[in-house]
Write a protein that binds this ligand. Sequence first.
Ligand code: PEP
Length: 253
Amino acid sequence: MRRKLVVGNWKMNGDRARNSTLLDQLLSAMPAGVDCAVCAPFPYLPQVGELLAGSGVALGAQDVSEFPDGAHTGDVSVAMLADWGVHFVIVGHSERRAFHGESDGVIARKAAAVLAKELVPIVCFGETLVERESGVTEQVLVRQLDALAANLSPDALQRIVLAYEPVWAIGTGRAATVEQVQAVLVFVRRWLARHLSAPERIRILYGGSVKPETAGGLFGLPDADGGLIGGASLVAESFLEICRAAARAAQGN
Ligand code: PEP
C-alpha cells in the first residue's frame, strides 16, 4: 500500500524569521496518516533541518548537481545535501527545465546521482500548454520518462518518486481537472509496468495550483499518491489543509 505524500516546494521564498514562523505553525498541527516534506532553498536547509528534527516531516531540496564535486561554481552536490539531513530532492522542475535549460538527460543523471547516495529524487515531468493543445502530451511524457529508464538501473528506478506537473498548471491558478490527471496517471502506470517488476510501489504526485479546495478530489484519484505544492505551501493553514485532505484520502482508499 502506497502512503500519501505531500511535499511543499518553497521555491525562492522565505527568510529565517518567516521560515521559523511557518514551521512553528505547521508542526503544531500536522495531521497523522500522511508523509510530508518541505523543500527549502539551499541556504536555509540547516535551519529548516534543525526545526524539523524529530517532527516526522522530511527535509527536501529543490535541485542538485549531477556531479559529485569539483569545478562547478554555484552548484551543490548530493553529498552536501546528505550532510544536512536532506531526504528528498526535486529534480526536473519545469522552472529548471525552462530557465536553466535542463534537458531530459541532465535530469535523469541528477536523479541517478541522488539515488546513488540513497536519497530520494522527486522527478518532475509534464507537458506545456502548446504540447497539450497540439495533442502530443503522451509523446512528451514518454520522452521524459524514457530518459529515466535509459539512465537508471531497474533497481534505482524502483526508488524514485514521480511528480506529474503540467507546466500550464504551475503557479497559474489553473489546476488540471481530475479527469486530465487520472488519464495521465493511468498512462504513466502503464509505462511503469513495462519497466519495473514492482510498478505498484511507485508514488506519483500531482503538482500544479493545488489548493485546499481542490486537493481532496485530486488525492482521491486511485492512481494519485499526493501532491507537490508550490504557492499554497507558503501559507501554513493552506498547506495543513492540503495535508489533511491527503490524510482523509488515504483513509478513504
Ligand atoms: C510547483 O512549484 O511545483 C507547483 C506545483 O507550484 P504551484 O502549486 O504554485 O502551482
